[in-house]
Design a protein around this ligand. Structure first.
Ligand SMILES: [Zn+2]
Length: 319
């Protein structure tokens, strides 16, 4: 699942491409009457309202909050996109086709019932990557280009919120502080972590109500760097070790951003290209490999509260 660095990378891509563009059409093939989706575009009646609200509006800015992408509109509304497991946004020139054959392009102002979308044959190669071809949502702009959501497993969440009260919404109000903000100090970190004194530290780092944006990959990497076993419990971790964890949060997330995010799974940036943080892991999915600290340890995998933790058998102490 995309974490803070991947969502950050996508938002930076949005800032370079879609700001100032006016939405002229929206298309989706998500369709579900499952009750929890009633305020998401997966629900057809919500999608109809969504469509009416967004067509004709201009994108004024984009930002990230936790793992959510926020696209602000000139109408005072904000599109919230959570990419979940396999979702990612792509920008380019797409064409609608009846059956996947680009020669049978839809006539203007006519939408085929079972239409699909494809990147224009002249578009960059990365957009043609099979990972980028599961198109579920397509925004068409006045410049005739598209912002599309590729989402193989269809878990992504897309909804519309009022911009002025955004941070009081059910989606955003329960979230913990942003770890890259200056206000995220050791004192704040310690106070947040100790709200779950007896849960495994990996689980606590990944709890979005405690700290926003850290998931499976970056929690493994942070704990590796700090030399703390993922099953350590916060109340037993000495203060200097908590300091070590804290001191590796910002650099690890910033490193993820510097390498354009992590594409171990489906994540791609807005041009359809892979990030490269997956080549920089010390622990995540390194099971059986020798520890990069050359301490005689090897990376082992253990399920901690339902999630795979990867850690060195030697230098990560359990408290
Ligand atoms: Zn080690």
């Amino acid at each position: 699942m995309p974490e803070l660095p991947e969502v950050h990378t996508t938002v930076e891509g949005l800032k370079e491409t879609v700001i100032g563009l006016t939405i002229s059409d929206v298309w989706t093939n998500y369709k579900s009457l499952y009750p929890p989706y009633k305020n998401q575009i997966k629900n057809p009646s919500f999608f109809n309202k969504f469509k009416k609200e967004v067509i004709g509006t201009t994108i004024t800015s984009a930002e990230r909050r936790h793992k959510n992408i926020l696209i602000h509109l000139s109408s005072g509304k904000t599109i919230l996109i959570h990419m979940k497991m396999t979702g990612h946004l792509l920008y380019g020139h797409y064409i609608q086709t009846k059956d996947g054959n680009t020669k049978s392009q839809a006539p203007k102002n006519k939408q085929w019932k079972n239409a699909t979308w494809k990147p224009h044959p002249a578009e960059r190669e990365s957009l043609h990557d099979p990972f980028n071809r599961h198109l579920r949502l397509v925004f068409t702009f006045s410049n005739n280009k598209q912002l599309v959501l590729s989402d193989m497993r269809k878990f992504a969440k897309v909804t519309l919120l009022d911009t002025p009260t955004l941070h009081e919404s059910d989606e955003l109000s329960p979230l913990g502080p942003e770890p890259l903000e200056k206000t995220f100090t050791f004192k704040v970190f310690q106070e947040r972590i100790l709200k779950k004194p007896t849960a495994p530290i990996k689980t606590v780092l990944m709890d979005q109500t405690i700290i926003a944006g850290i998931g499976n990959i970056y929690s493994d990497e942070i704990l590796f760097m700090a030399g703390v076993h993922p099953e350590s419990i916060p109340k037993n971790i000495p203060e200097e070790k908590l300091q070590d964890i804290f001191s590796h949060i910002k650099p690890t997330l910033k490193k993820g951003i510097r390498f354009g995010g992590d594409s171990t799974s489906d994540y791609r940036d807005i041009t359809g290209s892979k990030g490269s943080f997956q080549g920089k892991h010390n622990a995540y999915r390194k099971t059986g490999e020798v520890c990069s600290k050359n301490d005689g340890g090897e990376i082992v995998r253990k399920v901690v509260r339902g999630r795979s933790a990867h850690f060195c058998s030697k230098h990560q102490t359990k408290y």
